[in-house]
Design a protein. Sequence first.
Length: 237
Amino acid sequence: MTTYDDSQHPRATDGKFATKEVTEASGGLTALAPESWRSESDRVGELGHLISRADRRREGIVARDLAAQVRADVPEAAYLTLDENCDQPECYTLHLASVHDSQGNTLYDVNENPRYTVEDAVAGAGLSEPDHGSEPDYITTSGTRREGYSYRFDLDAALKGRQGGLATADRGQSVINDYRVMHDDMDLSDETAARDMVTDLYHWAQRSGVDFDDLVSRAAEVGRDESALGMVAGSKS
């Protein structure tokens, strides 16, 4: 009978799942405390960055869905004007004020001729007031704190998806970076981290009853189609 030796496993030999050697400093391990604290702080900072980025992604997806609903209901709509006017206590979400076409003409104003389908869509999206100076691409802020802020929600920009419209390869790089941080594999190369990520997807496919080989084949086919269509692949890292 052959006993499995996990030291021969590819992930064990290139960093993942490996026991990483710790060099003891003079004065014992306590001498490493300051460096360990900095590493832990960095890790907490990375986690906070990931959470913030996840929140932006979630809001970007919500904004895209909202833009699609509005465009389906009002094809000529180009942008919405949103504000914080609300009669409900403890309400911090944006509400519809008016809808405009690409020339800036007001298609309707909620105070004059409300359109409940769009109002309900905006209310259901629950968009929160953006941080001033770091608004997503689809939001433009005007006004003052004293007079009140107004927000222009651009439908076409929201329909592009994520803030900044990351190109395909850059999205892939972002996923690899997130995977590396979430699983504490900061010492792995991009290629190795990508392999481990795909390996985890293989195990997910096995558990979920998904044909992994077919999935990879179809993903490659979509990628070739995107390249043939001239879609920008992204910048080299």
